[in-house]
Write a protein that binds this ligand. Structure first.
Ligand code: UDP
Ligand code: MG
Length: 134
């Protein structure tokens, strides 16, 4: 049994669509705790850092547009095996692969606007928590 912290971010589309409550309910229902939360407007600098693995992609400008279109809600989520657990709860990155029953599968119909971010490894969770919560 390993208690972990992971970084989760409800993207601007999630906030704009009024889905904060729905998504947080699912995270809590799973048994995880929200141990910190922060509404933020992200700038290009922090997004280039956070999405460094994607800055060379042709669709990166659209990611920037999407992620700066309104506030995000950053969360620190804690629980047993929370890093992998949140990834499973979120569903796959590509909308056509995100299974029904997952957050993305149930609420997103586009890969870009897939409403939620979750750290993909324990190492990145630590880096991302520092990046967004200091
Ligand atoms: N993304 C996109 N098109 C792609 C791949 C990714 O628009 O072909 C966006 C999508 O919103 C995704 C984010 O870039 O959530 C980060 O991509 P990553 O591969 O890290 O996926 P994630 O970890 O979010 O599942
Ligand atoms: Mg990722």
């Amino acid at each position: 049994m390993e208690i972990q912290k992971t970084y989760v971010m409800l993207k601007p589309t999630c906030v704009q669509r009024g889905l904060i409550g729905e998504v947080i309910s699912r995270i809590e229902r799973k048994g995880y705790k929200i141990i910190d939360a922060k509404m933020m407007y992200l700038n290009e600098e922090i997004l280039r850092e956070h999405y460094a693995h994607l800055t060379d992609k042709p669709f990166f400008p659209q990611i920037l547009d999407n992620m700066t279109s309104g506030p995000v809600l950053g969360l620190i989520v804690e629980g047993r095996n929370a890093v992998v657990g949140m990834r499973i709860l979120m569903g796959a990155t590509k909308f056509e692969e995100a299974a029904a029953g997952t957050i993305r599968g149930d609420y997103a119909s586009s890969t870009r606007e897939n409403i939620i971010h979750g750290s993909d490894s324990l190492e990145n969770a630590e880096i991302e928590i520092k990046r967004f919560f200091g």
